[in-house]
Design a protein around this ligand. Structure first.
Ligand SMILES: [Ca+2]
Length: 673
């Protein structure tokens, strides 16, 4: 042992002795008179890092250092960031003797673009069955083993679906979760896989507190009082909705749509003869009030019909806006109905053969003054002989349906009288009932009065999203997010956190934040959220998807039911946020290069989310890597990782090894040794 070389052991703290024994590149020697210890820790660094020098001289009278002149007999010094290999020397004197010690610090070029983060996206529940009986648990166990073998070092864990709320936010309510999660955590740690939590979605706030839901304005619906109840004046805006005047007012959009006289005083028949399955009934509506809530009702009868029947409602074609943006396009094809003020238990659906059945859906005109209604099929089933009959189409204003109420989203009941506007008082003049108002005894509202009722309507089911997002104007939004993060922080050891802003399709309708653009609203929300997260965890390292902040994706002038232009939301992101870029090229346009450049120009680090769903021959993975090469040729820096990202069925992990092999061979210098 090196300490036995001298009988006069220098008095060093135990930890320093350990570092002397363990750390390379140190000089340790002694003379009869003096012993000088000098070390650099670490002795090898990446460009731009600093090292700590430590020394201790026993029986010496003076020491000097190459970096500063005279120094104390023992001490330490942190070097400035080093750009190249550097030698440090100290000289200590003892009588006539000078002892010189030198340490060499190796500096390796910084690998800014090394794939330091090699992650996998995982979405699944862990809560309701123990261990391997739980399919999600089992899949994750297998994935961790394969991840290690294939060279991955992180799994972004969206413990997902309906399970995520109970699992991540209320673990005690899912009794199997904790044990399953603890085992996953241990397994991941044993295999060198970091588990990165996903959370902070705006949905979380609305799920925990439904009064925080983003909601669409419904302005001045005319109501009429009948006794102690007021309901919308109503009346269908659809003429010839029963087809008793043939197809007057309607367009039979495809050759597989016919007028049918077999019953019900006329109906429309959709058959399955079109090779592409197109069978659409169409009608445009004009001179419609904006910000109005409507209920569409219709009847369907089928025989041996298995094409997916859909309802789609778009803004008017003549509108300046992007007319591809739907007003109503539920992820449930035929929409989701409502009865007695509540959503039905199940989405609207037809049987292959069924007698006449009535359905309804609710929609909102937003800022538009018209809309285009489509009922029909865009794709075929397997039977080619079946048909569906549609009849009795009715659209009327619906007041106070799925109303969201909070201080900034009031229900306002008023009337016009003698040119004056009277505003009535809740609990004194009326109470809000089920899609109606209850007029109270002694109310200022009287039988047969005409009222104007304004409120805010849940946009649930109107767009293909799962849950309505919360609105961040109220500080309650962040209270809910904070409590959620505190739970997540307890569960995970990683300081990384993925803020799940994904397809945020309804946004910025609450004016209590001020008259903001959607981009400003998003920037404020992201900044306040990240401030809150940073206050909860000083070491937090935050990640977001690109799309809501990306002008080549969703950050555009008109994005679905987002109120106002969604530009410049990125300005709210903390500078050290990493963008997880999953943008896909269009057939006519490379979007990946400009998107990577957009975020690189704004100094964000990025990871590329490769392998989006089915890509078993890696065509799209190669395309992504080609885009990365082109972007980096164009000056893009800061792409320091990738994520194997699968979404559909969360099941496409088949190419895990092939993807990492491809990257390893194509970027051997960027793959950490
Ligand atoms: Ca009819």
């Amino acid at each position: 042992m090196r300490f036995q070389l001298t009988s006069r052991l220098p008095v060093l703290p135990f930890s320093l002795l350990l570092s002397a024994a363990c750390v390379g590149h140190h000089a340790y020697a002694e003379t009869a008179q003096a012993t000088v210890y000098f070390s650099a820790s670490p002795a090898s660094i990446e460009q731009g890092r600093s090292v700590n020098l430590a020394w201790d001289a026993s029986n010496a009278t003076a020491c000097s250092a190459s970096w500063s002149g005279p120094i104390p007999l023992s001490g330490s010094y942190a070097t400035p960031p080093l750009q190249a290999g550097t030698n440090y020397t100290i000289n200590c004197t003892s009588g006539e003797q000078t002892i010189s010690r030198t340490v060499a610090v190796d500096v390796t070029p910084s690998c800014e673009n090394c794939f330091k983060k090699r992650w996998i996206y995982y979405y699944g529940g862990l809560g309701y069955k123990r261990g391997v009986e739980n399919a999600s648990y089992k899949k994750l166990v297998e994935l961790i083993g394969r991840a290690k073998q294939a060279g991955y070092n992180g799994i972004m864990l969206n413990v997902g679906g309906d399970d995520s709320y109970t699992s991540l936010l209320k673990p005690r309510e899912a009794p199997e979760f904790q044990a399953n999660f603890d085992e996953i955590k241990k397994l991941a740690s044993d295999n060198g896989i970091e588990l990165i939590p996903v959370g902070g979605s705006p949905d979380v706030a609305a799920k925990i507190d439904p009064t925080l839901a983003e909601a669409l304005p419904v302005n001045n619906t005319p109501f009429v009082v009948d006794g102690s109840k007021a309901t919308p004046v109503g009346g269908s805006i659809v003429s010839n909705g029963g087809f008793d005047k043939g197809t007057e007012g309607w367009y039979l959009f495809d050759t597989s749509v016919h007028y049918d006289t077999s019953g019900q005083n006329g109906a429309v028949k959709l058959d399955q003869t079109d090779p592409n399955g197109r069978a659409r009934l169409y009608r445009p509506f004009t001179n419609i009030n904006p910000h109005t809530a409507y209920r569409l009702s219709f009847s369907v009868k089928t025989q041996n019909y298995d094409a997916p029947l859909r309802i789609q409602i778009f803004p008017p074609a003549a509108d300046d806006y992007n007319t591809d943006i739907p007003l109503y396009m539920s992820r449930n094809y035929l929409g989701w109905g409502s009865t007695d003020g509540k959503w039905n238990a199940k989405a609207n659906a037809i049987a292959t053969t069924q007698d006449w059945t009535r359905y309804n859906i609710d929609f909102n005109t937003r800022a538009y003054t018209g809309f285009r209604l489509y009922i029909g099929a865009w794709g075929n089933g397997t039977t080619k002989t079946g048909f569906a009959l549609i009849d009795d189409i009715d659209i009327r204003e619906i007041g106070l349906a799925h109303t969201v109420r909070r201080p900034s989203l009031p229900v306002v009941v008023s009337a016009e009288a003698n040119g004056e506007r009277i505003v009535y008082t809740e609990s004194k003049d009326y109470e809000v009932g089920v899609e109606s108002l209850l007029i109270l005894p002694g109310s200022g509202i009287h039988d047969k009065d005409r009222l104007l009722v304004s409120g805010y309507q849940e946009a649930t089911n109107m767009l293909p999203i799962w849950n309505p997002p919360g609105n961040s104007c109220s500080s309650k939004y962040y209270d809910v997010q904070r409590a959620a993060y505190q739970n997540i922080k307890q569960l995970f050891t990683s300081s990384k956190f993925f803020i799940n802003y994904d397809e945020w399709r309804i946004m910025n309708w609450d004016r209590s934040c001020g008259n903001l653009t959607a981009g400003e609203y998003l920037a404020n929300t992201a900044r306040t959220m990240q401030d809150m997260l940073s206050s909860e965890n000083q070491n937090i390292d935050m990640y977001v998807w690109n799309d809501m902040f990306d002008p080549y994706a969703n950050a555009i002038d008109h994005y679905l039911a987002v109120n106002g232009p969604l530009l410049d939301g990125w300005k709210g992101l903390h500078a050290n946020t990493t963008i997880m870029n999953w943008i896909q090229n269009r057939t006519d346009k490379n979007l990946q290069v400009p998107s990577l450049k957009f975020f690189s120009d704004r100094k964000f680090h990025q990871m590329i989310a490769l392998y989006y769903d089915d890509d078993s021959d890696l065509t799209r993975t190669r395309q992504w890597l080609d885009s990365l090469d082109a972007a980096e040729k164009d000056g893009v820096t800061g792409v320091d990782g990738f994520m194997y990202t699968t979404w559909q069925n969360n099941d496409n992990y088949g190419a895990l090894e092939n993807v990492s092999e491809l990257i390893k061979s194509r970027y051997s210098k960027r793959w950490p040794k």
